[in-house]
Structures are given as C-alpha cells and as structure tokens.
Design a protein around this ligand. Structure first.
Ligand code: UGA
Length: 423
C-alpha cells in the first residue's frame, strides 16, 4: 500500500530514508531549510558520498515519487507520516541538543491533518518521543519512535536490508501503520514502548563502541606480550557468541555517531542516577588510542620538525565524512608536536585542521616524508607502488593503523613497519 511520507531534514539519514521509501513505492516529499541544497537535490544532484543513493534519488524523481521542498511546513500538509530526521548534535555538557527537533515539531504542528503519524528517526535521549508530543501539542497526532541503524557508506543497503526494524509507540495502531511502511523489506519488526526503542538505539551504538575499544585494548595487550592480534581475534571470533564482525583494530573509532552517542548515554545514565563507568572507560580507551598511534610515529622519528605522510582522512573508508575522524585526531596531535603533516584521501578534498596540508595523490603525501601513517582503510592504499614510495621518502617508516598493508613487502624494501597489535 502506498503512503504519503514527508521527511524533515535531508542529511544522510533523512535523504536515505526518503529515497528508500520512494524506492519501496511510497510518495515522498523531503524538506530542508537550505535553498541551494533543495535545488540541487531536486535536480538529482546528491551532495553526500553514499553508495547507491544518487541512483535512488534520481529514480524517485523520475518516477514522480520523490520531491524536495524548502521548509517543513510545505512538505507535511498531505502526509500520512512525517519522519523527523533532523540533527541532534552534542551540547557542551555531552548531552544531545534537541532544539532542532523541538522547533521542527512546533513548526509542523499546525499544518498536519488529523491522524498523521509523526515518526522520530533522529537519535534522541530517552523521553524525547514525549518531548515531541509536547512540542506538537496535538492530541490527534500520535508520535512514534523508529530509530535508524544505518552506517554511513552503506546506508541504502542497511535501510533496504536491515537486521531489524524497531518501533516504539504507546499507540499500537500507529505502530502498526509504521510497521506497514516496511512491507517491502525482509526483516524482523519489533514493536515496543518509546523509551525502550530510544534506549535500544543508544545501547546498540554503545555496545559496538565497547567492542571496538575492547579490540584496540586487546591489540595493546598483544603488543605487550608479543601476540598477533589478527590471530587472537580470529580465534575469538569463531565463538559464535562473539562473532567476527566489528573486531578490526584501528586508530580509534570516530564518525558522527559513536563519539556523540557514547557521551550521550553516559550523560543520560548520569542524569538518571547511574554512573556508567564501563562506558567512560570505553571512551577513555579510544582517546588513548589516538595517542598510541602518535607515540608509534614518535618512536621511529622525532615529531618536532618531521614531515609525516598521512593516508586517509575520512573516519572510515567509503565515506567523505571527517566528523570526529581518528585520522584528523592523530594529525592534530602530530602537528601540535611540531610535525608537518601532508594528508591524502580519495574522497576528502578539504578539512578544517590548521596546519594539515591536503595533497592530490598518495605519492605526493609520501614525498620527502620521515614516516607514513595509514589512517583509513581505503582499498586503493593496498595497491600502492611500494618501490615508488620507498624511493621518494626521506626515511622508510610505516605506521599502519589499519593493519592494511603487506608488511612483508614493505620490510623487503627496507621499511620499518608497525601495525596495531602485531609486530
Ligand atoms: C554507526 C553504526 O554502525 C550504525 O549502526 C548506526 O546507525 C550509526 O552509527 C548511527 O548511529 O547513525 P557509522 O558511524 O556510519 O555507523 O560507522 P561504523 O561503520 O559503525 O564505524 C564507526 C567507527 O568504528 C569508524 O571510525 C570505523 O573505522 C570504526 N571501526 C568499525 C573499526 O575501527 N573497526 C571495526 O571493525 C569497525
């Protein structure tokens, strides 16, 4: 059954939600507050790097099932469902800033027809579904929580082939209507109360961040005792209770979600009277990981006055997003220690890090460098011409923070090699 859906906010969650619902056959209107963005999107020009999204946006526009308008009030009038996909950035005290969500709710309230279901997809603290209800002040409009579990870079695939759909509602009829929107998707659909759905989102991200900090901590143990973390994790992962996924050691975790959501759940728990010490440890291990990478570089060449080539700036491969990128955290710390850092990334062409020079190809990053750091796991770094790099660097040192390169091939060319959790 086709429904009319309005999506408020065209960030990667809103845009993916809108384009995928249009792909599933619904009529979708997406609203944003930035006129140039709306114009670009309506022309099929997608401003973010997200696999398959441009194709779906164009497919939706051409089929007449997807359009973009300026201002939330212009999108919601005929809608059966309104998806709120606005940002919930971190405030100074670590809690989530809900002002965008509340003002979007207030703004649309008077324009909704009776019975429209408002669905919150933004990541919000427990209790926010009720906060949206209050901001709307309309007894005839049910508000439902439907958290997103999309990863950047694979958001379209995650939306269309999810592990599960979680719906939190006090109004069972409204929950059923939201569940019906996903009829074209094969996944378990779970209906619960709003607080449990909201907590589920934070708990999932907090658990994954915990898994990663644990992985990086075990890598540090492996370095100390002379074990190989790759083999240790493989041996652990065969236990189906642990699994192989999300066990890749790295320079620390980053992005627009884990850092923000980890701090937020600490603050949510604290406000509710629970000291989430475990999660504080998870965040501390991550901060420490950035320093560990910098110390590895400093162990092969004094940072003050050194030139460091940095391959990878995005917080992970497959995206051009540099928000809370470990690569940039490491760059900042090396620059503060007196190094000149030359960075290259296949998808990132500018960053806001004082003193970080961006170059156009990976070889330019290596030219004259005292050490090379691999910070993002882009495939193309695996196929670099190592002879060319060896000839162009001032000193042959590689710090591979993603365990990506062939250490044997590097050592044969006279490089010193340090990965994470393996020598
Ligand atoms: C994350 C979650 O994975 C999604 O399920 C969630 O919906 C999303 O946050 C969100 O809350 O919106 P995302 O931030 O796109 O998705 O990135 P991930 O792929 O989860 O990676 C996060 C960080 O962990 C990256 O810095 C990545 O490099 C690092 N990572 C991931 C590792 O270091 N090792 C791994 O094995 C996996």
């Amino acid at each position: 059954m086709t429904s009319k859906i309005a999506v408020i906010g065209t960030g990667y969650v809103g845009l993916t939600t809108g384009a995928c619902f249009a792909h599933l056959g619904h009529d979708v209107v997406c609203a944003d507050i930035v006129p140039e963005k709306v114009e670009r999107l309506q022309a099929g020009d997608v401003p973010i790097h997200e696999a398959g999204l441009t194709e779906l946006v164009r497919e939706g526009i051409e089929a007449g099932r997807l359009q973009f308008v300026l201002g939330a009030e212009n999108a919601v009038g005929a809608a059966d469902f309104v998806y709120l996909c606005v940002p919930t950035p971190q405030s100074a005290d670590g809690s989530a800033d809900l002002s965008y969500l509340q003002s979007a709710a207030r703004e649309i309230s008077a324009h909704l027809q009776s019975g429209t279901v408002v669905v919150n997809k933004s990541t919000v603290p427990v209790g926010s579904t009720h906060l949206v209800e209050q901001a709307m002040n309309r007894a005839d409009i049910p508000v439902v929580s439907n958290p997103e579990f999309l990863r950047e870079g694979t958001a379209v695939d995650d939306f269309l082939n999810p592990d599960r759909v979680v719906i939190g509602a006090d109004d069972q009829a409204a929950a059923g209507r939201v569940a019906a929107l996903y009829l074209g998707v094969r996944a378990p659909i779970m209906v619960t109360d709003p607080a449990s759905a909201e907590t589920c989102k934070y708990a999932a991200n907090a658990f994954l961040a915990t898994k990663l900090s644990f992985t990086n901590a075990i890598a540090a143990v492996c370095e100390a005792v002379g074990a190989d973390v790759n083999d240790v994790l493989l041996g652990m992962g065969y236990d189906h209770r642990i699994g192989h996924e999300f066990l890749r050691p790295g320079p620390g975790w980053g992005g627009s979600c884990f850092p923000k959501d980890s701090r937020a759940i600490i603050s949510i728990a604290e406000d509710a009277g629970y000291d989430f010490a475990l999660m504080r440890g998870v965040v501390a291990v991550n901060d420490e990981q950035f320093d560990r990478i910098v110390r590895k570089v400093g162990s092969v060449t004094p940072l003050d006055g050194a030139t460091i080539g940095l391959l990878g700036l995005a917080f992970k491969a497959g995206t051009d997003d540099t928000r809370e990128s470990p690569a940039l955290e490491v760059a900042r710390r090396m620059i503060a220690a007196g190094a000149t850092v030359r960075g290259y990334d296949p998808a990132v062409k500018e960053v806001d890090v004082e003193g970080l020079q961006i170059v156009e190809d990976p070889y330019a990053a290596c030219e004259g460098a005292n050490a090379l750091v691999i910070a993002t796991e882009w495939d193309e770094f695996k196929w670099l011409d190592l002879d060319k790099i060896a000839d162009s660097m001032a000193e042959r040192h590689v710090i591979d923070a993603r365990n990506l390169l062939d250490r044997g091939a590097l050592r044969r060319r006279g490089f010193s090699y340090q990965g994470i959790g393996r020598s």
